[in-house]
Each structure stands twice: as C-alpha cells, then as structure tokens.
Write a protein that binds this ligand. Sequence first.
Ligand code: GLA
Length: 382
Amino acid sequence: MDIRQYFAQKFHTTPALVARAPGRLEFIGNHLDYNGGPVIGAAIDRYVTAAISPRDDAKILLASDARETIAEVALADIAPLTGDAMWANYVLGVFKVLRDAGLRAERGFNIALVSDLPIGAGLSSSAAIELAAAYAIARLHNFPLDPRSAAIHGRAAENTFVGMPCGILDQGTSAFGKAGSLVLIDCAENTFSTCPMPGGARFWVFNTRKKHALIDGLYAERNRECREAFAMLAAATPGLRNLASATREQVAAAEAALGVARHKRALHVVDETGRVHATLAALKTGDLAAVGRALNASHNSSRLLFENSCDELDHLAAHLAKTPGVYGARLTGGGFGGAVMALTDESFDSRSAEQVAAAYAEKFGDSPSVFHAITGDGATLL
Ligand code: GLA
C-alpha cells in the first residue's frame, strides 16, 4: 500500500516526512549479540515505511496497515499498551527512549506504518518498525540521529519498553544494511561494518509459521542462562569480558559448576563465535562451501546445545543441507519456531524451493511459506 495514500486515508492530512527501514536475516551468530559476540546479518529489500505529521494537541495517534483501529495515547502518559494495540509499543518505546535522550516534544503527532515485510516470519518486522519510527520521529523534532544511535535507541526501546531482552542484531542490521552486502556487528563495542555478499549467492527463507507458545519466555530464559554462565566463568577467570570471548578450555574447566544447561549454552556461544570468524575468513576468500559448512554446524549447535530449534526447523535445515545448489542452511533469528534460511547458488530456483516445501508438507501437513530474499538498504528518510 502507498504510504502517503494510507496516511491521508487515516489522518486526512499529508505527512510531513516519510522514513523506511528493512527487515533482516540473521546470517550467522545465533544468540551471540547479547553475549558480546560478533554477528552477521543481511538487510532484505522488504520494508516498514513510516509517515508522520505534527499535531496541535498533546496526543499521539498511531495507525498500521496491519490493524483496523487507530491507537491513541497522551504525550504526558506514555506507557506500554496491551491487547490489540501492542504493536504500537515499538513506536511508543522509541519515542520514549528518544525523549529520555533529549528529544523535546511539546505537541503530539500522527504516525502511520505500512509494511511489505512478512510479519512473524523471523525477518524482524519489530526492529524495522523501531528504526523507521526512530528516523521519522527524530527528524520531525529536529533531533540528530545517526545509524548507530538509531540502532542503540531501537534496541533500548525493545529492552525497556516492550520488555524483550534482545541484543542489537536486528536493529543494527536494519540500520546499517546495504544492498549487495552483509552487515557485521561487533556486539561488545557496538561497531558496525559491511562486506560484499559473495557473487552468485542467493538467500531463500522457509518460514514454518510455527511459533512456540512460550517463545518470549524461552528467549528470556536463554538470555538468563547465558548471563549466569558468564558470571560463573568470570568468577573463575578475572578479566573475562563476555561469554562470547570465553574459550572452550575455560568452559570445560567449569563444566561441573555450570551444570548441564548452562554448560551447553556456553559451548554454543563459544563455538558459534568461532564459526562467525571462520565464516568471515571464508567470505574473504569466496569459499562458499566453507561458509555453508559453518551455517549447517550453527544449526546443529542450536539443535543440540542451545536447544532453540524444533522438529520443523530441523527437518528443513537437514533437507536443505543435502539439496543440490544449497551451500548451507540454518534457523535464522531467535528460534523456537520461525524460519530457516538457506544460502544457495543460482541453480537453486523456485522449483527447488517448491520441492523442499512439498517434502515438508508431507511430513507436517502444511506448507512453509517460501521467500526468496534479496539484500536491501538500511533505514533512511525518504
Ligand atoms: C532475535 C533477537 C536478536 C538475536 C536473535 C538470536 O532475533 O531479537 O537480538 O538475539 O534472536 O541471535
């Protein structure tokens, strides 16, 4: 839907400005972001677009093409909404975080969002909302915002307002994405860079549309297990900066103290960090077979050690890994349902994807939604 048309329809006025931000793929670096590790993402060319206009009163009105009703809050009373209006929390959270950072707003605004990003497909529509809203709100109020602070504020909104203890992968990738490129994030320093996507490589996404009922709680539980594992390792290893920089030897030495679950989580984090470095080295030499092996190994580690996979994701990853034209495949994002991403060569086409989907349907009774993802550009004012 055209954003200006939608805005006019909802608010009977024209927007002052428009911003947009892309969804993302998690390429590799599963659950490393909040552990201070390195991660690699890719922005995709599907976007959330936000249009905004000032109001004369002290209200914020929020519309989304994914919802019928307009949410309304008072400027003086910004608190998380519940029920059907919960989607608006990604926008309100960003507004609150920007205001805490010094943005001054005497009057309210109208903001409308349209999206061509599949929602709930593990492509991080929430971060795209946060980044599009951050650019729109900041610009409307003449508040300076660069991609790095946009990513940091977006993550803060999610952590403190939405209540999801995520790292910076999604927001950082949405902020720094570049068509034809991957985004590299050092999550200990919050530094961001890009590297070219290898020529001839393609992304395919298979969304199971399954979502564990306790998905948010499970994500938070993994986060907690990792924090506990780090605290235990740090006690034994003075100077250890974060879980991602621990060594296998340090984890092995602490095995008994950690207990089974924390030991497995720590091993995943340490090994996955090694796989990100191996992937970066293989990308430099164009060794896509080695990249693919790292992707497959990452999935297996999610399955066995981090235990954030499920039968549907395992089936897709295993099937794809042995399909001609596929370099490697792994769950992408938080896990516990969601999507598998495959890195393929150009011989893998929609017919190949349909065959993978058909084999899945035979086993699980319904088809995954299939999406050929193309890299896109990062968040920007339009
Ligand atoms: C979700 C979170 C990210 C990251 C991934 C797992 O996408 O939002 O911060 O932790 O899961 O790597």
